[in-house]
Design a protein around this ligand. Structure first.
Ligand code: UDX
Ligand code: ADP
Length: 480
């Protein structure tokens, strides 16, 4: 029986392994993590991450061929294939600070694999890592191998949160990179055989190690670039009276461009886009390609500009001050159908408003108060460390309250900011909300989900990203 072990029971490791277990009943899959609470949660009725469809998959396999354990060494030593899906934070100190990936956790996982292994293993990079990481890991393993054969593969994950299970069931492609030696090709085949249980062969792409590593960074950079492109257009739309939804619809009809991923927003978030682009920028700089580095850097700059522009719109329309005013924040997760807040634009928007002394009342259907307080008090990049190494519980901020209902959040508020596109925000009783708010009552829609005409009819002053401006806002430019 083939045994698989995955180090890191996070957003990538957990769902990916659950689907492998479901699709390959004859393979035994163990997911291990140094975080004991995280493993306990995976073994409980309340999984540590919210992902539509995940509960069912885990329930079907857990205890049969899917196991969650904190006995990392035991499961690694028994496995034929070891996936590594640990944190790869952006460095905050030393060489490459603010850009390069910190491979501390990866290196310690690799050293542990070498220590406990008694039989040959295929080691699979699952976390997004800089190009050439596989080579570094290979060196650690072979220098500590005691004669054991390790083959390194890169098998980047392309799942998006909120649709992870669907993405894993029907991936656009599975990418496997390995050495071009006979042993490397054999390892590629072994991993390909696992995916071939449910993925058509023509969707399994096999490449060399470096192409696989770079493809992941490139794919995320291209996706983020599309959003920054449409967000850049949204600013121009507001200035000219064009409507960004109409523009992206027209542009997306060109089959060479395509309609997906062209929604203007308050900015992209998530654990991957910014981190991967910073990584790409660093690699370009290290390879003497400053022009290429600057090109990609601009994608992040436009994303930051979009968030700042949104805050400026809010402050300038509310008579240039939000000091002491209650502002409702609807949605804190970085996108709908996830409770994940990593790099969510809500953090920067809330921090911007808090900087102007606003009183925030925050509601998100999936994010806990503790998480929100932690996010608002954490330093940049601190989030991307194992939980037990993150800063301890923050003292909760007086200016921030977290409530469990959109109506409570908006009661007596001066303005509403919609920062996540949760479906429930589309069907709220906005008349009731308006009646309970201070006047003039503002809605700032960072996700373009509300019916602007209807809200204006009720009496709201509405700002929607990239849409023709409300008369109220026309004389109040959002430029700092
Ligand atoms: C992304 C990639 O899609 C995935 O392939 C990779 O494995 C990990 O990174 P994820 O971060 O989970 O996945 O979510 P994604 O759906 O890509 O959204 C990222 C951010 O972009 C979100 O904040 C989302 O709201 C925003 N977005 C997305 C837009 O603002 N507009 C769009 O049109 C699409
Ligand atoms: P991703 O989104 O890439 O899955 P997460 O941060 O959700 O990232 O998950 C990474 C997991 O890896 C965390 O649960 C963390 O505790 C775990 N981890 C980090 N280092 C190690 C290690 N050396 N051994 C086992 N687990 C580790």
């Amino acid at each position: 029986m083939v045994k698989i072990c995955c180090i890191g029971a996070g957003y990538v490791g957990g769902p990916t392994m659950a689907v492998i277990a479901l699709k390959c009943p004859e393979i035994q899959v163990a997911v291990v993590d140094i975080s004991v609470p995280r493993i306990s949660a995976w073994n409980s009725d309340t999984l540590p991450i919210y992902e539509p469809g995940l509960d069912e998959v885990v329930k079907k396999c857990r205890g049969k061929n899917l196991f969650f354990s904190s006995d990392v060494e035991k499961h690694v030593s028994e496995a034929d294939i070891v996936f590594v899906s640990v944190n790869t934070p952006t460095k905050t100190q030393g060489l490459g600070a603010g850009k390069a990936a910190d491979l501390t956790y990866w290196e310690s996982a690799a050293r542990m694999i070498a220590d406990v292994s008694k039989s040959s293993k295929i080691v699979v990079e699952k976390s997004t890592v800089p190009v050439k990481t596989a080579e570094a890991i290979e060196k650690i393993l072979t220098h500590n191998s005691k004669g054991i054969n390790f083959q390194i593969l890169s098998n980047p994950e392309f799942l998006a949160e909120g649709t992870a299970i669907q993405d894993l069931f029907e991936p656009d492609r599975v990418l496997i990179g390995g050495r071009e030696t006979p042993e490397g090709q054999k390892a590629i085949k072994a991993l390909r055989d696992v995916y071939a249980h449910w993925v058509p062969m023509d969707r399994i792409i096999c490449t060399n190690l470096w192409s696989a590593e770079l493809s992941k960074l490139a794919a995320n950079a291209f996706l983020a670039q599309r959003i920054s492109s449409v967000n850049a257009m949204s600013a121009l739309c507001e200035a000219t009276g064009a409507d960004v939804s109409q523009v992206s619809h027209a542009v997306g009809k060109d089959t060479r461009i395509g309609p997906k991923f062209l929604n203007a927003s308050v900015g992209f978030g998530g654990s991957c886009f910014q981190k991967d682009i910073l990584n790409l920028v660093y690699i370009c700089e290290c390879n003497g390609l400053p022009e290429v580095a600057n090109y990609w850097k601009q994608v992040i700059k436009v994303n930051d500009y979009q968030k700042t522009r949104f805050v400026n719109r809010i402050v300038s329309s509310m008579f240039n001050t939000v000091s002491g005013k209650k502002i409702a924040i609807l949605g804190f997760a970085f996108k709908k159908d996830t409770g994940d807040t990593r790099e969510t634009p809500a953090i920067d928007v809330c921090k911007g408003l808090l900087g102007d002394k606003a009183m925030l009342s925050i509601y998100d259907p999936q994010v806990s108060e503790e998480q929100i307080q932690r996010d608002l008090s954490m330093n940049k990049f601190d989030w991307d460390h194992p939980v037990h190494l993150q800063p301890t519980s923050p003292s909760s901020m007086k200016q921030v309250s977290v409530v469990w209902d959109a109506y409570a959040a908006t009661k007596d508020a001066h303005g509403i900011c919609i920062l996540t596109e949760w479906d429930e925000f589309k069907t709220l009783d906005y008349q009731k909300i308006y009646d309970n708010m201070q006047k003039p009552a503002f809605v700032f829609d960072g996700r373009n989900i509300v019916d602007v005409a209807k809200l204006r009819e009720i009496g709201f002053i509405v700002y929607s990203i990239g849409k023709p401006l409300d008369e109220w806002l026309k004389d109040m430019p959002a430029v700092a």
